[in-house]
Design a protein around this ligand. Structure first.
Ligand code: C5P
Length: 221
């Protein structure tokens, strides 16, 4: 085979998107951030005043979903009904609510189908929570990327600036709460796939993690 699919799963703030983007760039693969897709659905639902528990309304909303991912030189652009929402989906309002919407079966079904379609020609690095277990169970390389919750909160905290400042303790609590929701939901919960390589990055640099995964990927070719 000349191209493989790489699935990178793990809890919030483990560095999945940074790592996945760089791995994709090194291999000339396409990076797909599935968390961004759940975030876009969350934004759309919030704008329409639909709460995560309103299953019937969510189902209807999802049926008419127009969501496109456009690869760019630095990552990907998220187009929701032809509007660029790449920045908007990073708001705290979305971040603190997304796990509730992501537990909905129609949402997961629809986005999962889209993700499988995107990966059907191989050469994809996809990050998320259930990629190795549910979306791409046949991915040639699966990574479970994690770090201690303290370290993950610390990294997120460093990225903040004056306008979006959140105290470290609060960030840590929010990350832990999101992990718990993602790990305990009924459909496709966050869990390490049996055949995934476990990688605790608490004491690794991004470059170390990237080159390790690239080597593993090349060994599959
Ligand atoms: O990766 P990110 O932190 O942007 O993901 C946001 C949320 O989307 C996660 O906390 C999770 O609830 C949901 N998600 C998911 N399955 C995926 C990717 C993300 O349920 N494959």
């Amino acid at each position: 085979i000349d191209r493989i699919n790489i699935a990178i799963d793990g809890p919030a703030g483990a560095g999945k998107s940074t790592v996945a983007r760089k791995v994709a760039a090194e291999l000339s693969y396409v990076y797909v951030d599935t968390g961004a897709m759940y975030r876009a659905v969350t934004l759309l639902a919030q704008r329409n005043g639909i709460g995560p528990e309103q299953a019937a309304d969510l189902h209807k909303l999802i049926e008419g979903l127009d969501l496109k991912l456009q690869p760019t030189s630095t990552g990907q652009k998220i187009m929701l009904h032809n509007e660029d929402v790449t920045e908007l989906i990073r708001s705290r309002e979305v971040t603190t609510q997304v796990s509730h919407y992501a537990a909905n079966e129609y949402v997961r079904q629809k986005l999962g189908d889209m993700q499988r379609e995107l990966a059907s020609h191989k050469g994809i690095v996809m990050d998320g929570r259930d990629i190795g277990t549910h979306v791409l169970p046949d991915a040639e390389l699966k990574i479970f990327l994690t770090a201690s919750v303290k370290e993950r909160a610390r990294r997120r905290h460093q990225e903040l600036n004056d306008s979006n400042y959140v105290p470290l303790e609060q960030l840590e609590a929010e990350i832990a709460a999101r992990d718990k929701l993602d790990e305990t939901r009924e459909i496709a919960p966050l869990i390490q796939a049996e055949d995934a390589v476990f990688l605790d990055t608490s004491h690794m640099t991004i470059e170390e993690v990237v080159s390790y995964i690239v080597k593993l990927g090349q060994s599959k070719l």
